[in-house]
Design a protein around this ligand. Structure first.
Ligand SMILES: [Zn+2]
Length: 83
């Protein structure tokens, strides 16, 4: 009876190691907001996408979901939805 538990323990251990190797954790604070981050949803000034403020870029009065949109907005481009 003990060997059954022992084998199960080894399987669980191997699975855990495997998962750790296959899916390493992203750097801390990448997906989760840090304490004090602004969770207010805002709309990207370029594409109109709604995003929590901590995940985007705040540039004075403007807000962007990534630096690419920030650069395109400053370049005076208009958003072209990609299908
Ligand atoms: Zn955007």
């Amino acid at each position: 009876m003990f060997s059954v538990f022992f084998v199960m323990l080894i399987i669980i251990g191997c699975t855990w190691v495997f998962m750790k190797l296959m899916y390493p954790r992203p750097p801390k604070g990448y997906y989760r907001p840090k304490v004090g981050d602004n969770l207010t949803p805002r709309h990207c000034n370029y594409c109109g996408h709604s995003l929590a403020e901590w995940r985007g870029i705040v540039d004075g009065e403007h807000f962007f979901c990534n630096d690419e949109h920030q650069a395109d907005f400053k370049a005076g481009k208009t958003y072209q939805p990609q299908n």
